[in-house]
Design a protein around this ligand. Structure first.
Ligand SMILES: NC(=O)c1ccc[n+]([C@@H]2O[C@H](COP(=O)([O-])OP(=O)(O)OC[C@H]3O[C@@H](n4cnc5c(N)ncnc54)[C@H](O)[C@@H]3O)[C@@H](O)[C@H]2O)c1
Length: 250
């Protein structure tokens, strides 16, 4: 087995049917891993699983009570499933806030909790938490998302400390705006709200903080995830790696 080879590994990617999750699934599968695509969208999860020669798990990860007794036999866990809601604090729907915390903080905790015993038994594991520039910085109107991502940063660090004696690493990846279906749709919405052409949204709305004036590509995020799961990254843990074109350098 070379250091890049993942043929003995089982990887679970949440939200793996689209965007960043799908790119991570492709990266791991191309190196021989057996990939499990966990996603709310059953049809898309099935298509993605077929494309990467893996299996699908149709699941609503915001239904966290159903995850309390879960046991996962995996070597690699990517906590990636996520959504966005944008509203000023006085108008932020409490149910939307709770939904985001359940999906993007509670469910990563429950999946890590379910995966660690097997990883500890085998003496090897990789947890990757897809955080965000918003895990390190705040923006107006994104209270739930920023709170969930900041919480995920703390969860990842505790996982790193507890996992270290067992060969398990845990890290966050912190992208700026990534070209995914979610963001493509936001471009149209932002154009409407701001009354500007779609062609100007990326530069005028999304890239104001980034020194490199382009969107991140999903496969750029996946390439970092691919390195983090390699044996060469065994000393890298409790870290948060930005892919943000310089946003957080400010
Ligand atoms: N796109 C960006 O600009 C960007 C930037 C930084 C961080 N991120 C983070 O990356 C992650 C993936 O984002 P993306 O842009 O690839 O999004 P995406 O919308 O392309 O994919 C998200 C996937 O999560 C799934 N999902 C949603 N709710 C779910 C639920 N309740 N249970 C199970 N699966 C569910 C969706 O069906 C979808 O397949 C998110 O955590 C997001 O916060 C995205």
């Amino acid at each position: 087995m070379t250091e890049q080879d993942l043929s003995a590994r089982r990887a679970l990617v949440t939200g793996g049917a689209s965007g960043i999750g799908l790119a991570c699934a492709r990266e791991f599968a191309s190196r021989g891993a057996h990939v499990i695509i966990a996603d709310l969208n059953a049809d898309a999860a099935e298509d993605a699983a077929t494309a990467v020669g893996g299996e699908s798990w149709a699941v609503d990860l915001s239904d966290t009570a159903a995850l309390d007794d879960l046991h996962l036999d995996i070597d690699i866990l990517v906590n990636n499933a996520g959504i966005q809601r944008v509203a000023p604090l006085p108008e932020f729907d409490p149910e939307a806030f709770r939904l985001i915390l359940r999906l993007m903080l509670e469910s990563p905790f429950l999946l890590i909790r379910a995966a660690l015993p097997g990883m500890y038994e085998r003496g090897w594991g990789r947890v990757i938490n897809i955080s965000s520039a918003h895990g390190l910085r705040a923006s107006v109107f994104k209270s739930a998302y920023v709170a969930a991502k900041h919480g995920l940063e703390g969860l990842s660090k505790v996982t790193a400390l507890e996992g270290a004696p067992h060969g398990v690493t845990s890290n966050c990846i912190n992208p700026a705006y990534v070209r995914t279906p979610l963001v493509e749709k936001q471009i149209a919405d932002q154009a409407k709200v701001h009354g500007i052409p779609e062609s100007e949204v990326v530069e005028k709305i999304m890239l104001t903080e980034s020194a490199v004036k382009r969107l991140v590509e999903a496969d750029e995020v996946a390439s970092l995830a691919g390195w983090l799961v390699s044996d060469k990254a065994g000393m890298v843990t409790g870290a948060s790696y930005t892919i943000d074109g310089g946003w957080t350098a400010r």
